[in-house]
Design a protein around this ligand. Structure first.
Ligand code: FNR
Length: 387
C-alpha cells in the first residue's frame, strides 16, 4: 500500500545518485527561496499581515505550545488518511486555502491554474479564491477529478454575487466558502509603505471581468476601459454580511455553504442555526485583524460548540505536516495550507506546489506512523495538550 511517507524514500534513493530535491523540503528554506525569487511587491503582499504582524506570527508560533504523546506497540505499517467532505472522498484532510494572489505568485501570471494542476496531481482539494487571474471555470477544469471549493468574496451588488455563485455551481465546485472577515482590507503596513494594492493595478480580477452581471455595471467593457472596470470593482468589492444575509446566501445555491473566519464558539453555533453546512476556523493568517488570539487556540472551543454537526475546516499558521496533525488532534476535519503552497508556486509552478503538498503529507504520515496512529480517528482520540 503506497503511503505519503514514501516521498521520503524517493528523496533518499535519488540521493544515492547524487540527486538532491530541486526545492527545499523545510518551511524556512522554502520561504527564504520564495522571498528571494519574488519581486518585492509580490513578496510583501504575500508575506505581509495586519499591523505589526503579531497575530500573523503568533498563528504559527502557537503550534509550539500544543504537544502530542506517542503510543507504542501499535501496528501502523498501514495508514489511512482518507476522509470525506459533503460526500466527496478526499485522500487526506489537507486542502489548499484560498489565496487571492495565486495568479501572480508564478512568473507566468497563471498561478491559479498551477495550483489547480497541483491539486489534480496530488488530490489535495483547491479552494479557489474569487480573486484570480484565470476564470473560475478554467481553474475548476484544471483541478481534474479532485473536488474543489469556490471561495466567495461577496460583492455589494447582489446580482454579481448571485452570478459568481451560479457560475461556481455550474462549473462543478463542491461547496461555496463565504469569507466573512474581508469586506474591507485590514491595515497592512508592508503594502502601505509602498502604496501597493495589486487589485487596484488590475491584478487577479478575471472572475469579475468575465462575469456578465459585473460587466453589466460597466459603461464600456474592461477590454476597452480597464481603469473604469477596476474602479467599479473597487466600489463594489465588499458587502458587509450579517446573520440576516444567510437566508439570501442560501437562496443562491444548492451547494453546501461554509463560513470562513469563525473563531468564537457562539458564532459557530449561530452559523449552524442559520443553515451553514461547514465552519471554517481562520483569522485570515493575521492579514485582516491584528491583536487576535492565534487561530489554533480558537479551534478546540469551536469544535466543542459544533459537536460534530457539520465539518470544521481550519487554517492560519499551518507550516508543516506536524502542524496538520496537531490541528486534526484538536478536532479539525480538514486543514488548510496557506502561504507555504504559494512558495512552491513561486519556485516551481504546479510541480513546486505539488512538492510542498507532498512534503506536508509525508511529514504528517510519518508522524502518524511513528506515534502509533494508523488513522485520523486515532489522531483525534490521542488529542493534543497545551504544554
Ligand atoms: C489570503 N487569504 C485569503 N482568504 C480568502 O478567503 N480569500 C482570499 O482571496 C485570500 N487571499 C489571501 C492572499 C494572501 C496573499 C494570503 C497570505 C492569504 C487567507 C487564506 O485563505 C488563509 O486564511 C491564510 O493564508 C492562512 O494563514 P497562513 O497559514 O497562510 O499564514
Amino acid at each position: 500500500m503506497p503511503h505519503y511517507g514514501d516521498y521520503q524514500n524517493a528523496i533518499y534513493f535519488a540521493g544515492l545518485s547524487g540527486i538532491v530535491p530541486e526545492w527545499p523540503v523545510d518551511h524556512a528554506g522554502l520561504r527564504a527561496r520564495a522571498e528571494a525569487h519574488w519581486p518585492a511587491a509580490v513578496r510583501d503582499y504575500v508575506q505581509g499581515g495586519c499591523g505589526d504582524e503579531a497575530t500573523q506570527d503568533g498563528n504559527a508560533a502557537a503550534f509550539d505550545h500544543w504537544g502530542m504523546t506517542p503510543r507504542m506497540m501499535v501496528d501502523t505499517s498501514a495508514r489511512d488518511l482518507a476522509t470525506t467532505l459533503f460526500g466527496h472522498r478526499l485522500p487526506s484532510p489537507l486542502f489548499m486555502a484560498p489565496i487571492g494572489i495565486n495568479g501572480i505568485c508564478t512568473d507566468d501570471g497563471h498561478g491559479d491554474l498551477a495550483a489547480a494542476r497541483a491539486s489534480n496531481v496530488t488530490g489535495v482539494p483547491f479552494c479557489a479564491s474569487t480573486l484570480a487571474n484565470d476564470p473560475l471555470e478554467d481553474v475548476r477544469a484544471a483541478c481534474g477529478a479532485a473536488p474543489a471549493l469556490f471561495q466567495l468574496y461577496t460583492p455589494r451588488e447582489p446580482d454579481v454575487a448571485a452570478s459568481l455563485v451560479a457560475r461556481a455551481e455550474a462549473a462543478g465546485y463542491a461547496a461555496i466558502v463565504v469569507t466573512l472577515d474581508t469586506w474591507v482590507t485590514g491595515w497592512r503596513p508592508r503594502d502601505l509603505n509602498t502604496g501597493n494594492f495589486p487589485q487596484l493595478r488590475g491584478a487577479v480580477l478575471a472572475n469579475y471581468f468575465t462575469d456578465p452581471a459585473f460587466r453589466a455595471l460597466l459603461a464600456r467593457p474592461p477590454e476597452e476601459d480597464r481603469q473604469a472596470a477596476i474602479m467599479t470593482w473597487a466600489a463594489t468589492f465588499g458587502r458587509v454580511l450579517t446573520w440576516n444575509d444567510m437566508t439570501w446566501l442560501r437562496s443562491l445555491t444548492s451547494l453546501p455553504i461554509i463560513l470562513k473566519g469563525i473563531c468564537h464558539p457562539d458564532d459557530a453555533r449561530r452559523a449552524i442555526d442559520a443553515g451553514a453546512d461547514g465552519i471554517y476556523v481562520s483569522n485570515h493568517g493575521g492579514r485582516q485583524a491584528n491583536g487576535g488570539v492565534a487561530a489554533i487556540d480558537h479551534l478546540p472551543a469551536v469544535v466543542e460548540a459544533v459537536a460534530g454537526r457539520v465539518p470544521v475546516l481550519f487554517d492560519s499558521g499551518v507550516r508543516s505536516g506536524t502542524d496538520m496533525v496537531k490541528a486534526i488532534a484538536l478536532g479539525a476535519d480538514l486543514v488548510g495550507l496557506g502561504r507555504p503552497y504559494c512558495y512552491g508556486l513561486a519556485l516551481g509552478g504546479a510541480e513546486g506546489c505539488a512538492h510542498v503538498l507532498k512534503c506536508v503529507l509525508a511529514e504528517a504520515d510519518l508522524l502518524m506512523a511513528v506515534n502509533g496512529w494508523p488513522t485520523l480517528a486515532a489522531v483525534r482520540a490521542a488529542g493534543a495538550i497545551r504544554t
